[in-house]
Design a protein around this ligand. Structure first.
Ligand SMILES: NC(=O)c1ccc[n+]([C@@H]2O[C@H](COP(=O)([O-])OP(=O)(O)OC[C@H]3O[C@@H](n4cnc5c(N)ncnc54)[C@H](OP(=O)(O)O)[C@@H]3O)[C@@H](O)[C@H]2O)c1
Length: 291
């Protein structure tokens, strides 16, 4: 299969590229170039630029993982956040439609702040910051542009293998080095490992799913309890980890982000991973990296 991945230097983009390496890939980013598989393009002129690639190499799947995920940066740079999180997504949906490719747009779970533990795809959305606003706008623009797109609401964990540590890398580093850290016991998510998510996205393509789907672990867990489970599985001490509550800072953020996965489980006729299965997948990757 021919798969084009946008944002291939990121946490998810890198994992997808590794998982799908048996396929014909084109990987797009701002920095990595080898002119065989990895390409840098001008994102201000994306639709024209991509004609040079896709007129002769029609992708079966286009995946958009591009985003500015830094909440503070999005608050301070709304125009840029809109461009990167929403306009690029819309342009890629147009491109996918033009080449009749299956389009997967990665969205977020940052849309809720209520007393519900789990949110299905119809749960009412509450926008608290520019990140959420621009990501929500992207969902609407992508579906307006290309109805057959798959929009994935998720929360991801994995290894970014770059200077900027992912949450999971930060947590593991702190546990391994017995650093004193605090984890929130009132910030709840349904995280899935990027490797498990990569497998499920291919099943979505096989079943030709379109519209909005929650694809995450089947359980919701707070960060403190998650950290405890990680320490146990990795056989590390949890002694230096303090429990704390989220504090209201200048950037408002949603804190009850649990996702209800019944729609995707029904559509694919499989179970989404539990939190333990997600941690096991991260443990396997960690061990592989250590070999
Ligand atoms: N991480 C999470 O916890 C989380 C949770 C829920 C949903 N998501 C969603 O999952 C997707 C992937 O997230 P991630 O954690 O993999 O993000 P990431 O590691 O920060 O990677 C983001 C990618 O976007 C690219 N990018 C950023 N600004 C750009 C710009 N101005 N022009 C072109 N490319 C740009 C980055 O390229 P450079 O390497 O050049 O910067 C990178 O390849 C995003 O849609 C995000 O909203 C993430």
């Amino acid at each position: 299969m021919k798969i084009a991945i946008f944002g291939s230097t990121g946490l998810l983009g890198k994992a997808l590229a590794e998982k799908y390496k048996e396929n014909e890939l084109k990987l797009f980013s701002r920095t990595e170039i080898d002119n065989k598989q990895k390409f840098v393009i001008d994102y201000m002129n994306i639709e024209n630029e991509l004609e040079n690639f896709f007129d002769n190499w029609k992708p079966d799947i286009i995946i958009n993982t591009i985003a500015i995920v830094d909440l503070k940066y999005c608050e301070e740079n709304l125009k840029e956040a809109k461009y990167v999180n929403s306009i690029i997504a819309e342009s890629l949906a147009k491109v996918a439609k033009k080449y009749n490719a299956y389009f997967i747009h990665i969205s977020t779970d940052h849309f809720f702040s209520d007393s519900l533990k789990y949110h299905n795809e119809n749960a009412s959305v509450k926008i608290l910051n520019n990140y959420a606003e621009t990501k929500f706008e992207a969902e609407k623009k992508v579906l307006q542009e290309y109805k057959k797109s798959l929009i994935v609401r998720t929360n991801i964990l994995g290894f970014r293998y770059s200077k900027k540590k992912s949450f999971f890398e930060w947590l593991l580093f702190a546990l391994e080095n017995k650093e004193e850290i605090s984890l929130f016991n009132d910030f709840v998510t349904s995280p899935i490992s990027v490797n498990l998510l990569s497998n499920i996205l291919l099943l979505c393509k096989k079943s030709n799913l379109s519209g909005i789907y929650n694809i995450s672990s089947s359980e919701a867990i707070d960060k403190y309890s998650f950290g405890y489970k990680v320490a146990k599985r990795f056989n590390l001490s949890f002694e230096n980890v303090k429990m704390r509550k989220t504090i209201q800072s200048d950037i408002k953020r949603a804190i009850t982000l649990g996702l209800d996965v019944s729609k995707i489980e029904k559509a694919l006729n499989i179970k989404m991973p539990t939190i333990d299965e997600t941690i096991e997948s991260l443990y396997r990757e960690y061990k592989k990296g250590k070999e």
